[in-house]
Design a protein around this ligand. Structure first.
Ligand SMILES: [Zn+2]
Ligand SMILES: [Zn+2]
Length: 151
């Protein structure tokens, strides 16, 4: 069983509980133990031109041994190329921005990054692991793994 610890910035607790419900349905049957951590402020070290520099932030959010960590933060995420990223995953840490889009797309982004936490890459099928670059794309993306990715 894999543990995914869900963490959020203060003020996002309600959306974290909603995400947990949605994610546990999407990944049902894959043996994931979802846990919610108390909210905690992040990103001050990694703040960069009003956004969190995503590589720095991922480095700051090192997980407990054996767990994957899914963070939902309330700041925009940026890297050198993109001023606004939906989310990113590095190793066992995934981070999702609640600022990238509306509430409706956060589940799609969180589920996609969770797929990366599980070791999945991108997929061109009708699949959660299909990459998107806009909130509209996230809204249209299906909320399930294709049979190839689910294996
Ligand atoms: Zn991706
Ligand atoms: Zn797929």
């Amino acid at each position: 069983m894999m543990v995914v610890e869900m963490c959020c910035a203060p003020g996002l607790e309600a959306s974290l509980s909603g995400l947990r419900w949605g994610l546990s349905r999407i990944f049902a049957g894959l043996g994931i133990d979802w846990r919610e951590a108390p909210p905690r402020a992040v990103g001050t070290e990694a703040m960069w031109r009003g956004s969190a520099a995503v590589r720095m932030l991922l480095g700051d959010l090192a997980p407990a041994v054996g767990a994957g960590v899914l963070w939902v933060v309330d700041c925009p995420l940026a890297d050198g190329l993109h001023p606004s990223l939906a989310g990113a995953t590095l190793g066992r840490v995934a981070v999702v921005s609640a600022r990238w889009s509306g509430e409706g797309e956060v589940l799609s982004v969180a589920a996609h990054e969770t797929g990366h936490l599980l070791g999945l890459g991108h997929c061109r099928g009708s699949c959660l692991m299909h990459p998107v670059t806009t909130p509209q794309g996230a809204r249209r993306r299906v909320l399930r793994l294709c049979s190839g990715c689910r294996r």
